[in-house]
Design a binder for this molecule. Structure first.
Ligand code: ADP
Length: 776
């Protein structure tokens, strides 16, 4: 049997029904407690002492409806036993669907007297029933209802919404104006770690144990569609994010809808990303600076300060960047584009020096407008390109030099080929005339032709030697001898060389040089080469009837030699240029003066290597003076006991015929040597390879072996090594003959013990001179 019903809680948002029903019940002797919505009903229950014996509850109410309230109350230990009678305006068709959600009985709304009768009948049934489990399966008074389409629609929608809320992964909460929880979907319950009946009626800030939530809810915007701010809170090692919108009813705030999400994973990802970004920004080699309104620094990495050479390693946050730059001696406008300046992210070069860093710094600066939620920001990106700029400058310079060298090389090649072809064609022309017997039978004419060919062949040789010289000097393989040199003797020889040419142009050549002028410390061949260049130029660039004077004097530790001419002279702006490789005042295209433009370049390099100097004084139309300065030889005062070299040696009488073994695989070279060596002074043995040579060496023990370096099977160098290491051949001298004029070749010749080295092609004079140096 149920308890006797005396005290009743009547709940309906329709105040009229509450009042009417309430007064009828009061009149019938019941104690009536009234509530006008589900939440008030809860308050009344809490306040009521004793508890009501029954609750009459409207089904559809705002905020907390009858169904939810029933579900909550029926699960509650304190209130679960109180019978609940639902007062429903439900349509007949929906009867089956809605009557069984846990209430004890159902009464259809109708006229108040009908309703009152049904209430009393229901109370009587409740008092009679055997226990709380027994429920009324029918809705009293339903026969009086008629279908209402709108109600049905709304109920359908409600059903769908309930399903959605139940299925949502995100937590969804509804609170009242005092932040009390009215509803929590299963996801919200799971996130808050409590069943909904334990959440119900408690405030959300209290449940979350975070006072900041109250402030956040108070500030939340009203109505859907507004941008929602979010609040993140830490709870039990997880990060929960709240997103609230407040509900309004007739301009009064009546609660809030709160979306609750577990963003722990997202937060961790964001933090990792933030940490990564921070690490990248901090260690980036480019300087980054974010400026807020009025140019205040919001963020800057260490590279920014160091690239700008600012005295502090960091730019203070909140500092005025322009002021900091000005302080450091920098022009801020270069870095911070002021209004109107481009902020397009394009890198622009800026060069500067600062007070603390006077070296020139080259940067690229780019400025970009960055829109953010808090308004536009300016991102500055600076990159130090000082080194890059220097490298580019160097590269440009090297490129220019290369281009210049390449141009010079092309000029040189075309000139060299021209210079080589001209004499070669003359030589070949004359030789073919002789071979074809077109010169005529007179030996004098043949000799004249040969003389011309010989002269041109010499010129060719000279050119090749100059080129080789140049290559040797430029590749650092120039080998210089240091020996006392009687320069006067070389002067006289050189004058002799140009006698014919000077006579042809009626040029007077005179030498004024004291005979006892001390010797210079130099290299015979090179002194000869320098003087030849001076003199050949002097004769070449002096007109008919001019004068050439050669002089020399001692000047302290130095010796000075000069060659003066009354020739065409050199314009002042060209005076230094004539020492450049390939440079000629009159380009050789004009063919006024033959030459290569190499001579003086070689002279200057050789002179420098000898520790001397060369200079020129000149006046256009009047003439030029070339001066060579060389150091004095220490033993300069000693009389020349015996000339070390020179044609004079050639004339020295030899006590007996010199036995010469010539080893060469080229028959023409052998026959030329045979022609060159007069029989009265030389005994010649010939061999075509090194083995034949070796046999001859042992058989005849020659005074001199002339060995071609490049012999088949066994080289001349190898032959030389064997000869020079053989105990029985201690007196035999070896002269290597080779077309390889490179210094390392010559050096390897001397390494195997050669006494001398003769570069092909060589003149008869060369050969005789070398042989003359060998003491028989
Ligand atoms: P090359 O004589 O083969 O042209 P050099 O290097 O010896 O080469 O001389 C370079 C240039 O210097 C000559 O072409 C000429 O223009 C100028 N030069 C040299 N010596 C004289 C001189 N004595 N008088 C006038 N010009 C000279």
């Amino acid at each position: 049997m149920g308890a006797v019903i005396r005290k009743i809680l009547v709940v309906d948002n329709n105040a009229t029904i509450v009042e009417l029903l309430g007064s009828h019940l009061a009149a019938a002797g019941f104690e009536v407690v009234k509530a006008y919505d589900g939440l008030q009903a809860l308050d009344r229950l809490v306040e009521s002492q004793p508890l009501p014996d029954a609750i009459i509850l409207d089904l559809i109410m705002p905020r907390l409806d009858g169904q939810r309230l029933t579900r909550f109350l029926k699960q509650d230990e304190l209130y679960g036993h109180i019978p609940i009678v639902i007062l429903t305006g439900i349509a007949r068709e929906d009867e089956g669907q809605f009557k069984n959600f846990g209430a004890d009985a159902y009464i259809a709304k109708g006229r108040v007297d009908d309703t009152m009768a049904h209430v009393l009948e229901t109370f009587a049934w409740l008092e009679r029933r055997s226990g709380p489990a027994e429920r009324r399966e029918t809705i009293l008074g339903i026969e009086k209802l008629f279908p209402r389409e709108m109600t049905r629609e709304l109920l359908h929608m409600k059903g769908h919404l309930d399903t959605m809320l139940a299925m949502m992964a995100e937590g969804m909460l509804e609170t009242d104006a005092d932040d009390r929880i009215l509803f929590a979907n299963p996801a919200a319950c799971a996130l808050l770690g409590a069943e909904d009946r334990h959440l119900f009626g408690r405030t959300l800030p209290d449940v979350l144990d975070t006072p900041a939530v109250a402030g956040y809810l108070a500030e939340a915007p009203c109505g859907a569609g507004r941008p929602y701010g979010t609040l993140r809170i830490e709870r039990g090692g997880r990060t929960l994010q709240l997103c609230a919108t407040r509900l309004e009813e007739r301009d009064n705030l009546c609660g809030a809808i709160v979306l609750l999400q577990d963003v722990t994973a997202a937060e961790r990802r964001e933090r990792t990303l933030r940490d990564l970004m921070e690490a990248i920004v901090q260690s980036a080699p480019v300087g980054l600076c974010l400026l807020g309104p009025a140019g205040k620094v919001l963020a800057a990495n260490p590279a920014f300060a160091s690239i700008l050479r600012l005295p502090d390693s960091r730019v203070a946050l909140g500092a005025d960047l322009a002021a900091s730059l000005t302080e450091a001696g920098l022009e801020p406008t270069d870095l911070i584009p002021l209004s109107g300046a481009p902020r397009d992210g394009e890198a622009r070069p800026v060069e500067f020096t600062t007070t603390s860093y006077p070296e020139r710094v080259v940067l690229t600066v780019s400025a970009t407008d960055v829109p953010t939620a808090e308004g536009p920001r300016l991102l500055l990106l600076v990159e130090d390109v000082t080194e890059k700029a220097a490298m580019e400058r160097d590269l440009r310079r090297v490129n220019e030099e290369l281009a210049k060298a390449s141009r010079a090389k092309s000029t040189f090649l075309s000139m060299v080929s021209h210079e080589l072809r001209t004499p070669l064609s003359v030589v070949r022309g004359y030789l073919s005339l002789i071979l074809e017997n077109k010169i005529g039978p007179e030996p004098e004419r043949v000799r004249d032709a040969l003389r011309v060919a010989d002269k041109r062949a010499r010129h060719l040789q000279h050119l090749i030697e100059e080129l080789l010289d140049l290559s040797r000097i430029e590749t650092g393989r120039l080998v210089l001898r240091r020996e006392p040199v009687d320069v006067r003797k070389h002067v006289l020889e050189t004058v002799e060389m140009f006698r014919d040419e000077a006579e042809r142009k009626a040029i007077t050549v005179s030498v004024t040089m004291a005979e006892d002028l001390p010797a210079a410390m130099a290299d015979h061949d090179k002194v000869h080469q320098i003087l030849t260049n001076f003199l050949s130029n002097a004769v070449k660039f002096t007109g008919d009837g001019g004068r050439v004077e050669i002089g020399g004097r001692s000047a302290g530790p130095w010796l000075e030699y000069w060659v003066t001419d009354t020739g065409i002279g050199i314009p002042p702006d060209k005076v230094e240029r004539i020492f450049e490789k390939f440079y000629q005042v009159e380009s050789s295209d004009k063919r006024l003066y033959p030459g290569t433009g190499l001579g003086l370049a070689i002279v200057r390099m050789i002179t420098a290597a000898l520790g001397g100097k060369v200079r020129v004084q000149s006046e256009v139309g009047k003439g030029s003076t070339f001066t060579l300065t060389l150091p004095r030889a220490e033993a300069a005062a000693e009389p020349e006991a015996e000339p070390a070299a020179g044609p004079a040696a050639e004339a020295a009488p030899l006590p007996r015929r010199l036995r010469v073994l010539a080893v060469d695989d080229d028959a023409d070279t052998l026959s030329m040597i045979r022609l060159l060596l007069p029989e009265d002074r030389f005994e010649l043995i010939e061999a075509r390879d090194a083995f034949e040579g070796l046999r001859a060496v042992h058989a005849a023990v020659p005074d001199v072996v002339l060995a071609d370096a490049l012999l088949p099977i066994m080289s001349g160098l190898e032959l030389c090594r064997i000869v020079k290491t053989h105990p029985a051949l201690g007196a035999t001298r070896v002269i290597i003959l080779s077309a390889a004029a490179q210094e390392d070749e010559i050096r390897s010749g001397f390494q195997v013990g050669a006494d001398d080295y003769l570069v092909k092609p060589f003149s008869p004079q060369d050969l005789l001179e070398r042989l003359g140096r060998i003491k028989a």
